[in-house]
Structure formats: structure tokens, C-alpha cells
Design a protein around this ligand. Structure first.
Ligand code: KIV
Ligand code: ZN
Length: 514
């Protein structure tokens, strides 16, 4: 029997720390449900002490999820640990994850504490967390730049205090695989009570090495990997769950452990996280990118036709790709629509929600005859985006583009209950449309990102547009989809404006206080 490799997903906590990736409570619950279907062992749902919104999100996830352990992050402070303990009360299985920095630069410059004081705080935090749950994880933040002797001392002390998982974070993505793996092996070997805890790793991707470092750690005895869907996370992100899981599954000749992940759920999770956060997945992204299983060159195609293993090391269907299967069309009924949506892992909160989604489906089917799974996923994600706060709604759009003429656009919006029209010229029709919207709304927000992806293939595919806006330090991502990319762009821009308009539910966890 091989060991189990525990998959700890932190999309809802570290992933959310990506600028613009803030999620509402309901969005977190939807992703948590998808993660539970994926069979991740642990879902880190947030940082309860960071804000009331985050507390409530962790509480909601804890109350709903049954098959995965729900975890809350806490600095090594009594008040943080009490907040986490309270938020997790309703969980079937709960974990508190507490951390304090251990690198010389963090201890001196950020904490202004001596190493002895840091150990004291860590031990106290772990003991306090044990009053709420038997499952306590401790992380020495910036372990990648900490001294190994000091790590041994603090980790031995927290195991004695009751920590059951020791997570070694490469917080700033500084490590190199061989060296990081050796550190894990040394810690396990040098810490006298290391057999009483599971060693975990949490790698950031600043040098593009997060997955490589995580796998090297696994080869050296780590039995938990912290990761995120699509590699979302602070700065360059965290190790990507799908890459770690598929590497371990595909190379069972090399790894002496296995995960319990249902890999067929990977793609659904990836799309859900991408549409909720507004972070598109690059086409050449391993496992979940649109081109991950596309073979373009004739030599490759020929090889694949003769025997797929000539060029394929994994099967696309094993990670949830259904090869653009046409699933529904214009004549499909409500029941067929509902059952396909449920098969894709979505749940309708009410009959009204189902009716609303079905009406959207009919509109789409009028424009696009073949409706694929990807279209349905987009339709549901878009509906949930809009449901958030419909302060501004697109009523009509007319965009003109003619060779030799300046592109222009006229938009009619409903702003609260009043209908208003604006028009503008621009460098292109999308530019003109955004300017026309701004002529009405005057948000003064800065456009930080505009990207378009096709949802399926073909020129009748829906375009999926992401718009990132920044205003007074707040960053939001908006999403829109339509068979017409100018309309999709307008929807995405308005979606982002609606998010800016709604009160900020959550703030990013501040790790700098301790
Ligand atoms: O990167 C990091 O150090 C973290 C810790 C809180 C584990 O996210
Ligand atoms: Zn992190």
C-alpha cells in the first residue's frame, strides 16, 4: 500500500490574495462544493480574523462541507485563533492553521522579535488552537529563507505543543527543487519527534518552480502539498493543484504515494475558479489550458492516430475534457438543460434561478445552434456574476466599424431604475463602447486588463471577456460572455463596475502584523 499524499487546497485563501480575486461568501461556497467533489482532503476557506466577510465565508463553508476538512488561517495571536475556532464550529472536520515568520529578515524587520519570542508565540498559538480542534497545522512563514537549525528548534517545540501538521512554506518562491527537497529530508531526519506530525509544503511560483519544489519535497518525505486551482495565489501564484496531482498520478513509477483526487473533476473546478475570479487560464497551461491536449503538427497527429500513447502521456478525459461535445441545442427542453447542468456540478438555489438560467440558455441557443458543456459552464458563471449586484444593466448596444471611419458606439444602460444613453468614439469598437459606458457612469476607474478568449472553437463561439478595473486601490475583475465580443466586452466592463459599486465585502488578509 502506498502512502496517501494529502491535497490541501488554498484557492479560497492564498488564491484569493491575488489582486482582484476577492470572492464573496456565496462564490466561496460554490468553489468549496466543487473542491469537495474533486475530493481534496482539506479546504483552506479563508482567514477569519481578516474581516467579517471572511469570517462568514469560512463559517458558511464549514457548515456545508462534509467530506473535506475545512481549515481557517490564523496568525499566532490569541484573537486570530479564537476567531478561526469560532468560524469553524459547525464543521464536520476542522483544522486551524497558524503561522509566524521565522526567517532572520522577517523576525528582525517585520516582527521585531527575537527568535526566542517567536518560538514562545508559536507554542502558545498551537496550544490555544488545540483547545478548538485536534487538527492543528503550524507554518514557519518564509521557511525557504530561514535557518535550518532554527526551523528544527521551532518545529520540535510546536510538535510538543500539539501541532499535527508542519507546513514548510517557500513564501517568496526562492527555493530550488534539489535544495528544497534536501531541506525537507533534513528536517524529517533531524527533528527528534518528527514522526508525530505530517510534513507539508506550500510553494510560491516567483521563479516558476512551485510545482517542481513541491514534487521534490514529496520525493523527500512530505506527505501534504498545499496548492491552488490554476495556480492562483499571491504574486506569481502557488503550486497548481492540477499539475501536482497529475504528475503524481502519471509518474507512479517515481512517487511512492498517491492522492485520492477524482481527476475527472479537475476541468470543471478550473473553469469555475477562472470564471468566478475573472482570471483566464492561458491556452498553453498544463492540464487545463485549451491547447493542453491539442496536437497541431502533422507528425504528432499521425502518431496519435496510430497509437495515442505516441504523444499523449495522459488521457484528456481523465481530467474532465469532453472534446467540445455538442450536448444541447435550440430544441432541448428544461429537463435536459437542468440535468446536464447538474451533471456538470452546478446546483440551482431555487426554481426562479433555474428559470432564469433556462431563459438565458434559450437566448444563446437562438444565436448559436450547438451548445457545448463549456457554453453551459459560462452561462451559469455569468448568471452568478450578474446576480451579485445589478446596479448597472446593459439594455442595448450599437457599435459601428467601417473602413476609414472612426469607430463609435452607443450604449443604453439601466442605472438603478433610470434608463440612460451614452455615445462615444474610440480607437476601436471596444474602446468606443467602454468610453460610451464611462460617459454615463463616470467611474474614474482605471482599466488594468482586458482579455478575450473563445469559450469553444469556431467563429460562432462565445467570446469570454475579462476586464480588470482599479479605483482607489481596490481591484476588481469583471466577466462577460456573448457570441458578439463587443457585447461580451460591454457586459464584462459593466460587471466590473457593479463590483466596484458594491461595498467591499472583504479585505485581503494582512500578514504583516505578526
Ligand atoms: O506563503 C505563505 O507563507 C503563506 C503562509 C500563511 C502559509 O501563505
Ligand atoms: Zn502563501
Amino acid at each position: 500500500m502506498k502512502d496517501q499524499l494529502i491535497i490541501f487546497d488554498t484557492t479560497l485563501r492564498d488564491g484569493e490574495q491575488s489582486p482582484g480575486a476577492s470572492m464573496t461568501r456565496d462564490e466561496k461556497v460554490r468553489i468549496a462544493r466543487a473542491l469537495e467533489r474533486l475530493k481534496v482532503n482539506i479546504i483552506e476557506a479563508g482567514f477569519p480574523a481578516a474581516s467579517v466577510g471572511d469570517f462568514e465565508a469560512v463559517q458558511a463553508v464549514a457548515n456545508i462541507i462534509k467530506d473535506s476538512t475545512v481549515c481557517g488561517l490564523a496568525r499566532a495571536l490569541d484573537k486570530d485563533i479564537d476567531r478561526a475556532g469560532e468560524a469553524l464550529k459547525g464543521a464536520a472536520q476542522s483544522r486551524i492553521h497558524t503561522f509566524i515568520a521565522t526567517s532572520p529578515i522577517h523576525m528582525q524587520m517585520k516582527l521585531n522579535m527575537t527568535p526566542e519570542q517567536v518560538i514562545e508565540h508559536a507554542v502558545r498559538a498551537v496550544k490555544r488552537a488545540r483547545q478548538y480542534t485536534d487538527d492543528v497545522e503550524f507554518s514557519p512563514e518564509d521557511a525557504g529563507r530561514s535557518e535550518e537549525d532554527f526551523l528544527c528548534r521551532i518545529l520540535e517545540a510546536v510538535i510538543d505543543a500539539g501541532a499535527t501538521t508542519l507546513n514548510i512554506p517557500d513564501t517568496v518562491g526562492y527555493s530550488i527543487p534539489q535544495q528544497f527537497g534536501a531541506t525537507i529530508a533534513n528536517l524529517i531526519q533531524r527533528i527528534p519527534n518528527s514522526d508525530k506530525a505530517i510534513f507539508s509544503v506550500h510553494c510560491h511560483n516567483d521563479l516558476g518552480l512551485a510545482v517542481a519544489n513541491s514534487l521534490s519535497a514529496v520525493m523527500n518525505g512530505a506527505r501534504q502539498v498545499e496548492c491552488t486551482i490554476n495556480g492562483l495565489g499571491e504574486r506569481a501564484g502557488n503550486a497548481s493543484l492540477e499539475e501536482v496531482v497529475m504528475a503524481v498520478k502519471t509518474r507512479q513509477d517515481v512517487f511512492d504515494c498517491q492522492t485520492r483526487i477524482d481527476t475527472r473533476e479537475i476541468l470543471t473546478c478550473s473553469k469555475l475558479v477562472s470564471s468566478i475570479t475573472g482570471f483566464p487560464v492561458q491556452p498553453n497551461k498544463a492540464i487545463v489550458g485549451a491547447n493542453a491536449f491539442a496536437h497541431e503538427s502533422g507528425i504528432h497527429q499521425d502518431g496519435i492516430l496510430k497509437n495515442r500513447e505516441t504523444y499523449e502521456i495522459m488521457r484528456a478525459e481523465d481530467v474532465g475534457w469532453s472534446a467540445n461535445r455538442m450536448v444541447l441545442g435550440k430544441h432541448s427542453g428544461r429537463n435536459a438543460f437542468k440535468s446536464r447542468i447538474v451533471e456538470l456540478g452546478f446546483e440551482f438555489g431555487s426554481e426562479a434561478e433555474l428559470n432564469e438560467a433556462f431563459a438565458r440558455f434559450k437566448q444563446l441557443a437562438d444565436k448559436k445552434h450547438e451548445i457545448f458543456d463549456e457554453d453551459l459552464q459560462m452561462l451559469i458563471s455569468e448568471a452568478s456574476f450578474e446576480a451579485e449586484d445589478e446596479h448597472i444593466k446593459l439594455i442595448a448596444l450599437k457599435a459601428c466599424s467601417e473602413t476609414g471611419e472612426t469607430p463609435c458606439s452607443t450604449v443604453t444602460l439601466r442605472v438603478d431604475n433610470a434608463e440612460v444613453t451614452g455615445n462615444a468614439e474610440g480607437g476601436g469598437v471596444v474602446d468606443a463602447t467602454f468610453k460610451a459606458i464611462e460617459s454615463v457612469i463616470q467611474s474614474n476607474a482605471t482599466l488594468e486588463l482586458y482579455s478575450v478568449n473563445n469559450v469553444t472553437t469556431g467563429t460562432d463561439s462565445q467570446g469570454e471577456v475579462t476586464v480588470r478595473l482599479e479605483k482607489a486601490g481596490r481591484i476588481v475583475n469583471g466577466l462577460g460572455a456573448d457570441t458578439d465580443i463587443v457585447t461580451a466586452s460591454a457586459k464584462a466592463y459593466i460587471n466590473a463596475l457593479n463590483k466596484l459599486h458594491s461595498p467591499e465585502q472583504r479585505r485581503h488578509p494582512q500578514k504583516s502584523d505578526v
